[in-house]
Ligand binder design. Structure first.
Ligand code: GCU
Length: 423
């Protein structure tokens, strides 16, 4: 049978729609299932953890391994070589207040390599600065209108509003995400900002033939193994390697790097902070399912929905928990606990029901007993605060008005909190 192009298109669209709507989402609090939340202070074998030493030596390693093998996926070995090259520098950026540096990182494995560029702004009035470090969605050149930012040549998603139709970044997209990156406020607050375009590390599509993963394959291998890394783990790894660079640059206080991310990149910042304890603090903005939100609540996006829509983000093993959350011996509050005792900020937006603000908040509360072991103040209340009423302890949380986004308001809170707990 010969099918017309139109029929094929219809078939494709309907199949995609079926795939996307196969799993229902719930926005009704009354329909949240009853669930048992695992105790971060009890080992898988049932031993109660009573001291920070027991946490560090016994419980943390087993929890980390679980997330590594069953959720985000293991990094399959070390890289062979890493190199850094400062490819551009300017001393008069951000209204004359900042130094700009662009550093090319090259990771080599099995004689193949990938490169990505870190864009860095540092306050001029400091000899060494603490920084926020986070990946961006559409290329470094989108975070500010600064004409000196090198435009990415990597694959970018087609985006009509940005005039991108052939997966190539366009000059017209320069500065289009300025609203999400309050760089001047960050500089005025005494911090620097570093960002990378995540697509230079691994393009955000269900295709493992390219990006960082492909460097690690053995002969004939086409995909990571079931317990090996998905894209979130690869993006996190690249953030860690950027931290390797910061340790070589005296203008950056590498002991005070706060890893930041929004949405899928908030999931990424959490995993980066859990995996690399050199990060001094972690911020996850609207990170939702697979980020700060409790999976067992099944509110908004679920494990089934996320693994169907984005099969490349997590390890294949995570599929075992599709419509099977009760079998999960962990939940996302334990991912947050892996960041203890370091400062951690989780933020939600009122209208972002897809990310389950209440589930994101409850995670901070249920991770807090681990902070208490270290005498650090977490979040003791189990009642979500009112909108725009941040709680800013070592573990911090806010829910702001508005939708899924990163706003000026969010950055004002992060800067204030970081001044207290990081600087
Ligand atoms: C989708 C996805 C979320 C993700 C978000 C984003 O909505 O379902 O899990 O956080 O994209 O990254 O913007």
């Amino acid at each position: 049978m010969k099918l017309s192009l139109y029929t094929l298109l219809l078939l494709f669209v309907s199949q995609t729609l079926i795939a996307q709507t196969a799993y229902e989402h719930n926005y009704d609090e009354n329909k949240v299932p009853q669930f048992h939340l695992p105790d971060p202070l009890k080992t898988f074998e049932g031993k109660q953890i009573k001291t920070s030493q027991e946490w560090t030596n016994m419980r943390r390693p087993e929890l980390y391994s679980f997330f590594e093998e069953n959720v985000y996926g293991k990094v399959p070995g070390a890289i062979d070589d890493i190199s850094f090259e400062v490819i551009e520098q300017g001393n008069n950026a951000i209204n004359g207040k900042a130094i700009r540096k662009q550093v090319k990182v090259t990771l080599t494995k099995n004689k193949q390599s990938i490169s990505y560029t870190i864009l860095i702004y540092l306050p001029k009035n400091k000899t060494t600065a603490p920084i926020f470090m986070g990946p961006n969605f559409r290329g470094n050149h989108t975070v500010n209108a600064d004409p000196n930012i090198i435009m990415t040549s990597a694959w970018v998603p087609n985006t009509k509003e940005l005039g991108i139709t052939d997966h190539k970044a366009q000059e017209s997209s320069r500065g289009t995400r300025t609203n999400r990156w309050a760089i001047e406020k960050i500089i005025d607050g005494g911090f620097g900002l570093a960002t990378i375009y995540y697509g230079e590390v691994d393009p955000d599509k269900d295709d493992f033939s390219d990006g960082l993963h492909s460097l690690f394959y053995s002969e004939g291998q086409l995909n990571p193994k079931p317990d090996e890394w998905g894209s979130i783990s690869a993006w996190s790894f690249a953030l860690s390697k950027a931290l390797d660079y910061f340790e070589t640059d005296s203008a950056i206080d590498a002991a005070k790097v706060v890893v930041f991310g929004h949405s899928r990149l908030g999931k990424t910042s959490l995993w980066a902070g859990a995996s690399d304890q050199r990060f001094a603090g972690v911020i996850a903005n609207d990170s939702g399912c697979g980020g700060a939100a409790l999976s067992k609540r099944k509110y908004g996006e679920t494990i089934a929905i996320i693994n169907t829509a984005f099969p490349h983000w997590f390890s294949d093993n995570f599929n075992k928990y599709i419509e099977n959350e009760s079998a999960l011996p962990v939940d996302q509050h334990e991912l947050l606990a892996l960041i203890a005792p370091r400062p951690l900020y989780i933020a939600s937006a009122k209208e972002d029901r897809w990310a389950d603000p209440k589930g994101e908040f409850l995670s901070t509360h249920f991770a807090s007993p681990v902070y208490a072991l270290f005498d650090k103040e977490g979040i003791s209340t189990s009642k979500i605060p009112e909108v725009n009423q941040p709680i800013q302890n070592i573990v911090a949380y806010h829910i702001r008005t508005g939708k899924h986004d990163v706003t000026e308001y969010d950055w004002e809170q992060y800067i204030k909190w970081a001044k207290k707990h990081i600087e």
